[in-house]
Design a protein. Sequence first.
Length: 159
Amino acid sequence: MRVGVGYDSHRFADRRKLILGGVTIPHLQGLTGHSDADAVAHALTDAILGAAGLGDIGTMFPPTDPAWRDANSLELLKQAHLRVAEAGLDFVNADVTVIIERPRLAPYIDAMREKLAAALVTGASSVSVKAKTNEGMGWIGRGEGVAAIAVALLAERRA
C-alpha cells in the first residue's frame, strides 16, 4: 500500500468561474490560476502522484506550458491517474478536505464526489469530500481564497 498527501490553494479573482471537484459553483468570484484553478482536483492529483512517487502536478503539467492554460483539472486528474496505473498501481480511496469560508459547499459535495470518482475510474464511495470553514481566521477566513488537502491510498497491482 502507498499513501500520498496533496495540498493546493488559490486566491479568489473576479471574472472567473468557481470550480471545485469538477463542479461549477455559483459565486461572485472564481479562483485564479493557470488552469481552471480547481484546488480540490489539484490536491487530489498531487496526492495520487505522491503516493506513486511520480512527483507533483506542477512537474507533470507545468504552469509555464501554454498547453495547460485554462485546462480542465478533472482532465489533469485523469491523465495523472493513467500515469499511476501505468506504474502498476491501483487507486483504492481518497479523502479530501476543502477549507473555504463561503460559499457553503454542502449542496455540491455529492456531485464533487461523483466527478472525482469518475476521473479515477472508481465509485463515489471511494472518494470522500468534506468542507470546513476557517472560523473567520487568516486569509481563508477573510474570504481571500480556498485551500484543499487530500490523502490518497494506492495499492500495488498483483500479477
